[in-house]
Design a binder for this molecule. Structure first.
Ligand code: FAD
Length: 386
């Protein structure tokens, strides 16, 4: 009987796993496998590109590709109602899609990502802008184009959120952009962050703090956004601080996808409890259920980079298990990402569970490497070439 592998989510992690697994098992007549990707939309989005949309440096249309074009032949893609997973029934090893069909699986990968949860902060939808969706980043482009000076607050509403460097990158790029447009003198910049430093990881925080100071950006730490008053243009924190703004650009609160909560697989915020080394879902270790990427509760960045490294581990693990080979692959917490520091420069963050990042001095080279990854993502990551 053919082995059924179900992958829920055709984003970074899900697509890479499907393609890598197909490559590892293709042509193995003794262990025939069906790989099915379930995706609610059938469109793959390169989310890191949204960072550049507010500055009119990226056409959002170019960040989208049909998922069907990214999957190797022989992989089944179900999208729309047929791919929108409503419930996972781990005990029965089945899942339910929005068209009412039940699908069985032998192996299940949960790669459903995260969702913006602006509803968690009263006034967020009316009072704040962001670049964490295509629509919001387009709207912000309009606002920035018409901005003529005032008080801009950037930062993060609450942790965790996708791509920890992104709000800082936006802030550095904004500062440089205002300077280029001759608006810096007329603009006050403030950065708010929920914990006691401007970045979750200490060495990166030590690296960015002097840069923020140098650029005249006032930092407000221990600022967990509680509410936004759009009429008075005031953002207030749980710690009791109130800041007036003309433009407020915040990474919105994040949650796991509804299907995870509805299936009883998530914690309070819908993140999936996941073993940090094997990437098996805790409580279902014997059931061959894995989770990768933003959907997990792992103590690493919610980043495409983490999903990429984790994806390789899960694909190798499933292939080894299907072929009854001994298992060697484990995830060690690896993440690699760039941090734009404005003025066409960036630094590079490379770390794992045991080794914190040591950001090198900002250079043009890192910025160019990030630009190259943004261009060649489609050829490199979804096909699992690296
Ligand atoms: C502005 C911004 C900048 C970023 N910059 C970087 C960066 O520079 N470097 C980096 O590494 N990362 C970056 N990221 C983060 C990165 O994009 C995500 O961490 C990454 O996409 C996570 O991959 P994933 O596979 O876990 O989830 P996703 O890529 O989000 O994929 C999840 C998929 O699951 C599908 N899905 C959800 N629910 C269901 C359901 N019920 N049924 C079926 N399908 C479902 C969705 O349609 C989606 O296709 C950035 C993110 C943002 C927003």
């Amino acid at each position: 009987m053919r082995v059924q592998v179900a992958i829920v989510g055709g984003g970074v992690g899900g697509t890479l796993i499907a393609n890598r697994l197909r490559h590892l098992l293709h042509g193995d007549a003794r262990h025939e496998t069906n790989i099915t990707v379930y995706d609610a939309h059938g469109i793959h989005t390169y989310q890191p590109g949204w960072l550049y949309v507010p500055f009119a440096r990226q056409d959002p249309e170019k960040l989208l590709r049909p998922e069907a074009r990214l999957l190797q032949q022989g992989i089944t893609l179900l999208s729309g109602h047929a791919g929108n997973v409503q419930r996972i029934l781990p005990a029965e090893k089945r899942l339910l899609t929005a068209d009412g069909e039940l699908h069985g699986f032998d192996y299940l990968v949960l790669a459903t990502g995260s969702r913006n949860a602006p509803e968690d902060v009263p006034g967020f939808a009316e009072g704040a802008d962001h670049f964490y969706s295509e629509e919001a980043s387009r709207r912000l482009q309009e606002k920035l184009a018409h901005f003529a000076g005032g008080r801009i607050i950037t930062g993060v509403a609450s942790v965790p959120y996708r791509c920890p460097p992104a709000p800082l990158e936006f802030t550095f790029m904004l500062e440089a952009d205002l300077r280029e447009r001759g608006l810096r003198e007329q603009t006050e910049l403030h950065y708010v962050f929920p914990i006691n430093r401007p970045f979750p990881i200490q060495p990166v925080s030590d690296f960015v703090a002097p840069l923020l100071e140098e650029r005249g950006i006032t930092v407000h730490t221990f600022f967990n956004v509680e509410a936004i008053d759009p009429a008075r243009r005031i953002v207030s924190s749980m710690e009791g601080e109130e800041l007036p703004y003309d433009l407020l650009v915040l990474a919105p609160p994040h949650k796991g996808q509804d299907v995870i909560a509805a299936s009883g697989l998530g914690d309070r915020d819908g993140w999936i409890p996941t073993d940090r080394a094997t990437l098996r879902v805790k409580g279902y270790e014997e059931a061959n259920i894995f989770a990768v990427g933003d959907a997990t509760d792992l103590p690493v960045s919610k980043s495409g980079s983490a999903a990429h490294y984790q994806g390789h581990v899960v694909a190798e693990t499933i292939a080894a298990d299907v072929q009854h080979r001994p298992l060697q692959h484990q995830y060690h917490g690896r993440v690699a990402c760039f941090l734009e520091t404005g003025h066409g420069q960036a630094t590079f963050l490379w770390f794992d569970y045991e080794h914190p990042p040591k950001p090198p001095k900002p250079r043009r080279l890192w910025h160019l490497e990030k630009a190259a990854l943004n261009t060649f993502y489609w050829q490199l990551i979804p096909p699992a070439r690296i």
